[in-house]
Structure formats: C-alpha cells, structure tokens
Ligand binder design. Sequence first.
Ligand SMILES: [Zn+2]
Ligand SMILES: [Zn+2]
Length: 434
Amino acid sequence: MKKLISILTCLIISTTICFSQGTNPESKNAKPGVIDQSIKIETDQIFNKLIDIRRDLHENPELAGKEMRTQKIIAQYLVNLGLDVDTNVYGHAVVGILKGGKSGKKIVWRSDMDALPNDFADPVAFKSKTKGVQHGCGHDVHMAIGLGIAEVLSKHKKSLSGTVYFVFQPEEETFIGAKGMINDGLFSKIHPDEIYGLHVSATAVGQITVKPNEMFAYQKRIRIQLKKEVSADAAKALSNKIYSTLARATEGSKPWDLQNVVDTKIGIGSPNTIYKDYLIMDQSFTNYAKNDTRFLEAYIYETNLSNVKNIIPKVRQVIEDSGYKEQLLSISYIQDNPTVINDEKLTNSAIKTLERIYGNDVVKTDYGQVPYFNDDFCYFQQKIPGVYFILGGSNFAKGVIAMNHAPNFQVDEECIRIGVKCFSSLVVERLSKN
Ligand SMILES: [Zn+2]
Ligand SMILES: [Zn+2]
C-alpha cells in the first residue's frame, strides 16, 4: 500500500476506545464445506511455520527493487511445495503455478514483497536487522499469507479444478512493480480469469473489509506553473483561494484526519461515513521558484470519478478570477495514478462465499474511500477483473495497532491464520465457478 503523504497521521491512544473489536471468523451461520474444514485444519497445522517465515522476513526487510533475499525464500518455498516457479518475469518477482488435477478457471492470488525506508519504533522482538529499512506496511504478513494459501491448496492439487497463480510482486511502495510485471509480459505468460489480493490494515483482527468499485480516493498531485513575477506571498494567497474553492467535505467533518477512518460512527464501516464524498487537498501548497517560473504543487484526493475531470478547469477558473490569467503558464498532474477498483460482480460473490463459509460477521461492508492510500494492484485490475480486500490487523485490547507506515505499526499475527483460511476457501470456490 503506497502512502502518498510523508506526514504521518498516527492513530494511537484514542483509537483504542472508538473501534469495535473484530469477531472470530467462525461464528454463527457459518456453513463450511468438507474442503473448508480441511483448509481450516491444514492452516492450523502450518500456522507456526508461517509465523516463523513472517518474522524472518520482518527481520530481513528489503526495499523496492532490492528484494533479492525475499525472492529466494519465496521461490524456494514454492518449489518445495511442488509448484512450477518462474523468477524471470520482472525484477525480483516470483510466480508460482499450481495446476489442479481438473480443468477449470485460472485465478491469481497476489502478494507484495517490499519494505519501507523507515526507522520507526517497532515494539517486537524480531526487529529489522537492516538500519533504515522495515516492514512497516505489512508486506511480510502478505507474503506469509500467500505462501500459506499456496501450501494449503497444494495439498488439494488433485481435486482442484483449474490453475492458481501465486504472484509475488516487488516494488509496490514505489508503484512500479505491477506495471513492470505487466510491461514485461506477465499476461502473455499467464492468462488468468480473475485476480485477488489483500492488504493488512488498522481495522480489527477477524474482520475483512471490502466494497465494490473504488476502495480509495482518486489521488493526484497537481502542478501549477506561473510566471516568476508572481511573488511567493501572492502565490500563497492564490493557493489559499484554490484550496477554499475546491476542498469539500461533509459539514463539520474531518476526513483528512485518518484517526476517523475506523471510528464506529463516522468511519468507513458506517453507512453514515464521512469518507464517501470529499475532496481533500493540501492546505499549504509547495511553493517555489526556479529559473523564470513559480511552481505551486499539492496533493488532491477526490472520491468521485465524475468530479475528477473538473479539477483542473476549476483551478484555472480561480486563477483567472484572481487576475493571474496572463501569468498562468500551465496546470498539470505530475502524479495521476489509477485507483483500486473492485469488480462489482466478483466482490458481491466473494462476500457471499466468505459469509456462507465463515459466518455473517467475517466481512464488514466498507461504505467509504480511504484517503492517502493506494495500491498498484490497480494496474492488474485494469487487465483482469479482481477484488482487493482489507484484512484487519489491529488488536485494540492488546494495544496492537496496524496503522501502515506509522511508528509502532504492529500486527496481530492471528490475521495470517484468518487470511489463509478465508482466501484458500475463496480461491477454491472461484475455481469451481464457471
Ligand atoms: Zn505501504
Ligand atoms: Zn502496503
């Protein structure tokens, strides 16, 4: 998960009082089939091994583009499971292929591999051994889950209908790994029908959060170029005007404050969420002059696609109305990534499947779009319909808060068990559907 701002809005103490705790995903109404019951037992059997792998990866994090050791470990694990393994796709990517005994669909399970250039406090015994690098986004957890699903499903190889591709993708934080894999021919080597993946996050352990369509806001970084004769102060006043004209939020709410994302009344889990209709913009723009040009730059997060095309015309209007028509050189986006968009049919079907097998409490409906975060999984979704889930990683009672990219990011490792069980069952179900 790429975080787009460098300032960290850290949830710490207050979050522990306003979140509801997740529930065990084997609650009432659950109707697991025979294979789901074996998946549960097999997951429990390998759980400690997966914890060891996750901790080893946590102790030995590697930055985007440098995932050499990580690649070796993943590839070896998949080879040991008897999968066909391809490490010549792109960078340090690994693709493991599990071909079932019967014909059927082709499904990708994607995990990302890279760590962050951070040196934050990390209150665990298995801290990073590499100074300035740490798994502060939870990709170590994603890899453990990906390997776990591969191991569990490999035990059912003969009875599986179709093929599962385990795609381990490097360079997510820099937002270039998915694109790199696609450009280097991933989809000429494999031809999947559907793609799935997840991100561990600050919601409660035991909960899976998902929604059809946009999971995050559309993110842009806008650059306005003016003639240098516009002074720094005048440009600042102009950026204030742009901000006050464009920024939009439910009255009295603060969607820019990430602490509210998991609040039970206004967070993304509430139908009355403040996260479904907003435009968040940096209040103070980056303002600098170079040669004959003054630059104004700011991040923008917009929930509604239909509003996105109006942003630049609106900014232009404010500039012209402020008397700077002659001084305006250009307005453009210097960062304009797509956002994660879940296929509606597959999302609804996945929710039904997970609820049937693991009970009505396992999936929490997401009503909003989180600002600041994005995932280059979106590039895969442009090619293959897919679903991206948020997997709860916090345990508020224990003070474990899985706020990605924040100091003291910690994960309740039970989420690995939940991820392996739930998504092994989901993949099996999807393979059998025509
Ligand atoms: Zn991240
Ligand atoms: Zn991430």
